[in-house]
Design a protein around this ligand. Structure first.
Ligand SMILES: [Zn+2]
Length: 95
């Protein structure tokens, strides 16, 4: 069985447990799949937090825009309700 040592966890694992990387000498990544998955997960979590933070910052800096957006949203909702009413009225008058 051919194994390769993972740079990250230091364990020697079967080659099938390493992801492919064309640029690498042996065509395989230096980190095993488990470690890659773990670091991807960590990066994702970090980005999620960062994203949340940046949205919050944006909203704080663009308070008027947020208010305007909410106003527009409410108007849209209200106008759709009015349209529904009109439709129902039309239906009633038809029937
Ligand atoms: Zn590993």
């Amino acid at each position: 069985m051919t194994t390769k040592q993972c740079k990250k966890c230091g364990e020697s694992k079967d080659l099938s447990l390493f992801g492919r990387q064309q640029a690498a000498k042996d065509g395989l990544k230096n980190e095993c799949k488990a470690c890659v998955k773990l670091s991807n997960q960590k990066r994702y979590e970090k980005n999620k937090e960062k994203h949340k933070e940046s949205v919050k910052n944006w909203q704080a800096e663009n308070h008027d825009k947020v208010l305007e957006y909410k106003k527009n949203y409410n108007r849209r909702v209200r106008s759709s309700v009015i349209t529904d009413d009109a439709d129902q009225k039309a239906l009633r008058e038809e029937g």
